[in-house]
Design a protein around this ligand. Structure first.
Ligand code: EPZ
Length: 421
């Protein structure tokens, strides 16, 4: 397993090109199953999760060819409607093929995704939504088996215990575009990744109103055509580098980053003493104040502060003078990075789903272990600013969601290298 070795203390300075969003790309690739015509998807990041989704499409009978950052998905009918345990168990987002398969082929057999290191991740809202559209669903031998004639439009409230659900909205939206009649999804996820999926579906000929709002209205069509689409820039990758610029007291220009997708983070970075300025084609991010200050954060659904930036922000807060309180409202157990950050010298205690950070100290390099994608990114950021050497093992988590991270960081001055073991 590869390790990342970081010698801390170098400010990040220069330009970083932000890649296409993993979490937009995955459902968009699944949506290609809704047509038997060819689709071209560009600005596709080179990530492990993307190749897992490509493997799923291939296992269903599609040919997928990559040319640079563009994927061409062949037309034709699928040869199988089964997404196997072997593939689904490596990536929960595989559940996004459920809606398209049942809508287009009237049947789907998708392995039931298991738990996950960031806490329980139920799929009740996905199943509730598909049932509301008329699918019959049963669980057998660890698989979700869905069957339907043509799905029928319905009014569906998709809010759950923790608010709206990104992938449940994606699944129901993808199913509804081929359903007979009108579907209204209430408490739909408003994340930019869902808006991007809706744009791809519209390019395919779907009739969708209200993308990016809590009420999405879909008028079903009989069939969809092939389409070309460029994936939206990754706001979580952008946010990670934004935090990195402030944390290391450097200055980064983030090409393609969009301020409107990261308003909650920008607000918090400014409160801490960072500066974020919009420039043509991207964002300029640096530290404005001599001393960085503590702030409080609560993760929420979009446009609130994203759970996917909570761990990275915590690395910054360990350096900010004062006490910061971080409350996790999406995944109350998503704090696996805390013990590793404390090994590097931070002072963080956990009280249920809240972390209390006594900031202002220094971090010291240490061997640490990555446990999930965003926790790994938090450890990389901590390593960049720590005294001495940090070795991060289990780097495969980072490869799931950060395109060429060590190349991008090295190009802006970080001392980071990958050691293959
Ligand atoms: C998406 O996961 C992202 N993944 C996650 O990104 C992200 O953390 C999450 O949204 C929240 O923003 C992709 O887009 C591929 P949810 P998703 O359903 O859709 C509960 C990353 O690091 N819930 O919006 O699976 C759930 O337990 C990852 O890139 C139900 O109760 O998340 C959570 O508390 C990790 N029932 C809340 O809703 C359901 O049926 C939001 O989860 C579904 C979800």
């Amino acid at each position: 397993m590869d390790k990342l070795v970081i010698e801390g203390g170098e400010p990040l300075s220069g330009a970083v090109r932000i890649s296409g969003a993993k979490n937009a790309c995955l459902p968009i690739l699944a949506a290609s199953l809704l047509t038997d015509k060819r689709c071209m998807i560009s600005n596709v990041p080179d990530l492990k999760d993307v190749s897992t989704m490509v493997d799923i499409l291939t296992s269903l009978g599609r040919d997928v060819a990559r040319d640079g950052d563009t994927l061409e998905i062949s037309g034709g009918s699928v040869k199988s409607v089964t997404a196997s345990y072997e593939l689904v168990s490596t990536m929960r987002a595989s559940i996004a093929v459920l809606g398209p398969l049942v809508a287009r082929y009237g049947e789907a057999r998708v392995s039931f995704p298991g738990g996950c290191v960031i806490g329980p991740r139920p799929i009740d809202l996905h199943l509730k939504g598909l049932r509301a559209l008329g699918a019959e669903i049963r669980i057998e031998e660890g698989y979700i088996i869905a069957a339907a004639g043509r799905l029928k439009g319905s009014r569906i409230y998709l809010g759950g215990h923790f608010g709206s659900s990104v992938l449940a909205t994606a699944n129901i939206l993808m199913a509804a575009v081929l359903a007979e009649g009108e579907t209204i999804i209430e408490d739909a996820a408003c994340e930019p990744e869902i808006a991007d999926l809706a744009d791809f579906l519209r390019a395919m000929g779907a009739d969708i109103e209200g993308r990016g709002t809590p009420t999405i209205r879909v008028r079903g069509v009989r069939e969809l055509k092939g389409a070309s689409h460029a994936v939206v820039p990754d706001r979580i990758e952008a946010g990670t580098y934004m935090i990195g610029a402030v944390l290391t007291d450097g200055r980064l220009f983030l090409e393609n980053a969009r301020a409107e997708h990261n308003l909650a983070l920008i607000d918090k970075l400014r409160e801490c003493g960072g500066a974020v300025e919009e420039r043509a084609g991207g964002l300029d991010v640096y530290r404005r104040a001599d001393r960085i200050r503590a702030t409080d954060i609560t993760t929420l659904t979009y446009p609130g502060f994203p759970t996917d930036l909570q761990a990275q922000m915590m690395s910054l807060l360990t350096l900010c003078e004062g006490i910061s309180v971080v409350t996790e409202k999406i995944y109350p157990e998503r704090f696996i990075h805390v013990s590793e950050l404390n090994r590097m010298g931070s002072d963080i205690i956990l009280e249920g789903s809240t972390a209390i950070i006594k900031g202002g100290g220094r971090l010291s390099g240490a061997p640490v272990m990555a446990s999930d994608l965003r926790a790994s990114a938090a450890l990389v950021l901590a390593g960049l600013v720590a005294d001495g050497r940090t070795e991060i093992s289990r780097v495969y988590h980072l490869d799931r969601g950060y395109e060429h991270i060590e190349d991008k960081l090295s190009a802006v001055g970080a001392k980071v290298c990958r050691v293959r073991e």
